[in-house]
Design a binder for this molecule. Structure first.
Ligand SMILES: CC(=O)N[C@H]1[C@@H](OP(=O)(O)OP(=O)(O)OC[C@H]2O[C@@H](n3ccc(=O)[nH]c3=O)[C@H](O)[C@@H]2O)O[C@H](CO)[C@@H](O)[C@@H]1O[C@H](C)C(=O)N[C@@H](C)C(=O)N[C@H](CCC(=O)O)C(=O)O
Ligand SMILES: Nc1ncnc2c1ncn2[C@@H]1O[C@H](COP(=O)(O)OP(=O)(O)OP(=O)(O)O)[C@@H](O)[C@H]1O
Ligand SMILES: N[C@H](CCC[C@H](N)C(=O)O)C(=O)O
Length: 526
């Protein structure tokens, strides 16, 4: 079992009711169900098992296993109906069961999102960071909070590791019902493009939908950039009462409407919320947030980089939209101690600053390195960047990631990041090719803050003449090499793995935490 929380008590729902609601046709007895899952491995007694057609298998193959585990009925498509009948279970047949899964789960768990203030955050980069800042603001307002995202799921004091960024509809509705049981008042959740595309958040009305930015990612899942954009746009199809969009990202323009709340870290006064007087404060930053009616709030964020001013403004605008006082919200955001694996400082002695960041796509690399370059400049040091790309994922982004690293760092060490089933040397070669191409071209100015300048796929990227590029096989060896090459004042940035605790090689998850490895290497002086 995955450990995804379920509610303690659930009022039984009759299949006839679900059949009328979804709609679906019922064959067999009108039994009652007390839970729902899409995975035979997660079935609990009394569950409705949703047997879905997948990219690899049809869930109908697992109906007998689900029945053995205690499933009392099946929700499926026409192809799954016969296997369900053969297993002796009543069956609900819907044209597209995945599309109605959210509605079914919401009905079974008593429509929990209607009892919660829901804040959904989408965007290519910044969802996790913004969600933590929102949660901190909600807490400052005295609410019991829920947070659902890539790193973890938190319901009040309960913390469980997340399986993915946005849970499947069945799991999500169970988590929300458990949240409501635990007196949670407001939930902030990351909404991935996968989730919107396959309907994981169907059945949820959001008080706020927030959008960080649109860049290059997940073209292994989406058929193209337009499809990726259309998936994210679904959060703004009427399901979010207030829509908060990044004014600085021109890609979001098509989604702007008269009632849109916008924010600008670049300080555009055309935005509803805009930042001025951005200044460094220890590792983080302070700024003034200007909002509707001429309000000006002293604000801060404990993380560096203009992109984190953008994340903080989005958090502030979202909090105000759900009724939190702007000053309270700003205090809460500033009090957030940091986000696991997002520009996270490594605790180690010495004159080298070690930072771990989850940047694993081009614009995140641009943003992270821009933030660290400012810090390095203040320390009179260089930026040493360690970068790899994940195996069995979008191959198109690899050279662009290499190029972004070369443009933002003084020294790039190309190494491995979850090679999965691929040849690590071939992945490194693709990343390195992009980095080397960038080095051969003139270095451009970098712009950050939503409108991160991002090389377009297929086009040449502007360069980084003075940057040195080396390749080291094996992440541990690469970290040791980074520490060996670092001098006083330098910043070592390990990009790509952030909060991850494993390195996936050939189907095996080997324990590996960048934060632990870098601290050890810095501590021993490698
Ligand atoms: C691309 C994608 O989203 N795929 C999802 C899809 O998988 P699929 O269609 O391939 O399913 P399948 O493996 O063919 O199996 C078919 C059905 O049989 C069921 N099954 C399968 C085996 C078994 O023993 N018992 C069983 O019941 C499965 O649960 C599934 O419902 O349906 C499954 C559930 O029905 C999801 O678990 C699965 O997410 C996969 C695991 C996944 O990795 N998704 C990632 C890419 C994802 O969602 N990422 C986003 C974004 C992250 C980011 O921003 O970086 C996220 O929100 O995490
Ligand atoms: N607003 C932003 N604009 C550009 N880059 C950002 C922004 N916020 C964070 N980043 C960068 O992207 C990385 C991932 O950030 P975060 O986890 O907050 O985003 P995410 O959207 O949840 O990412 P993912 O989908 O990869 O889980 C960070 O480590 C940082 O380098
Ligand atoms: N949710 C993302 C995370 C990628 C992180 C990076 N370390 C990699 O392995 O590419 C994925 O699974 O594609």
């Amino acid at each position: 079992m995955s450990g995804i929380p379920r509610p303690e008590s659930v009022a039984p729902t009759r299949l006839e009711r679900l059949a009328a609601l979804l709609p679906a046709s019922l064959t067999g007895a009108d039994v009652q169900v007390t839970g729902i899952t899409h995975s035979s491995r997660e079935v609990r007694p009394g569950d409705l098992y949703a047997a879905l057609a997948g990219a690899n298998r049809h869930g109908a193959e697992f109906i007998r296993a689900a029945a053995a585990a205690g499933a009392v009925a099946v929700l499926t498509d026409a192809a799954g109906a016969e296997p369900a009948r053969q297993a002796g279970l009543p069956v609900l047949v819907a044209d597209d069961p995945r599309a109605v899964l959210g509605a079914a789960a919401a009905a079974i768990y008593g429509d929990p999102s209607a009892r919660l203030t829901m804040i959904g955050i989408t965007g290519t980069a910044g969802k996790t960071s913004t969600a933590y800042l929102v949660e901190s603001g909600l807490r400052a307002a005295g609410l019991v909070t829920g947070l659902i995202g890539t790193v973890e799921t938190r319901l009040g004091d309960l913390v469980v590791a997340s399986v993915r960024t946005t849970p499947e509809a069945t799991d999500l509705q169970a988590i929300l019902a458990a949240a409501a049981e635990r007196e949670v008042g407001a939930v902030v959740m990351e909404v991935s493009s996968h989730a919107l595309a396959i309907g994981r958040v169907n059945g949820i009305g959001f008080a706020v939908g927030g959008y960080t930015n649109f860049g290059l990612d997940h073209l292994d899942f989406h058929s193209g950039v337009d499809d990726y954009f259309a998936a994210k746009a679904k959060l703004f199809d009427g399901r979010s009462r207030v829509e908060v969009l990044n004014h600085d990202d021109p890609a979001l323009r098509p989604l702007f409407r008269p009632a849109t709340v916008s924010y600008s870290a670049a300080g555009s006064r055309d935005a509803t919320w805009w930042a001025s007087d951005v200044r460094p404060a220890a590792f983080g930053q302070q700024f003034v947030a200007h909002g509707p009616g001429g309000i000006a709030v002293e604000a801060g964020v404990s993380l560096p980089g203009r992109h984190n001013v953008a994340n903080a403004l989005l958090a502030l605008a979202s909090l105000v939209a759900v009724g939190v006082d702007a000053h309270v919200a700003a205090r809460g955001i500033a009090a957030c101690p940091g986000v696991p694996g997002r520009l996270e400082r490594v605790d180690a002695p010495g004159e080298v600053l070690g930072v771990v960041d989850y940047a694993h796509k081009p614009d995140a690399i641009v943003a992270a390195l821009a933030a660290l370059r400012e810090l390095a400049a203040g320390r009179g040091g260089r930026v040493i960047c360690l970068i790899g790309a994940g195996g069995d994922r979008d191959k198109g982004k690899r050279p662009l990631m290499g190029a972004a690293a070369a443009r933002g760092a003084d020294l790039v060490i190309v190494t491995d990041d979850n090679p999965r089933t691929e040849d690590p040397a071939a992945i490194r070669a693709a990343v390195r090719a992009g980095a080397e191409e960038a080095v051969s071209l003139p270095k451009p100015g970098l712009s950050v803050g939503g409108a991160v300048s991002l090389p377009k796929p297929g086009l040449s990227v502007a360069g980084a003449a003075a940057t040195k590029i080396i390749e080291v096989a094996g992440r541990r060896a690469a970290i040791d090499e980074a520490v060996r090459l670092a001098g006083s004042g330098d910043v070592i940035a390990l990009l790509g793995k952030g909060h991850e605790r494993g390195q996936e090689v050939d189907g095996q998850m080997l324990p590996f935490d960048d934060r632990v490895e870098l601290a050890a290497a810095l501590g021993s002086g490698s």
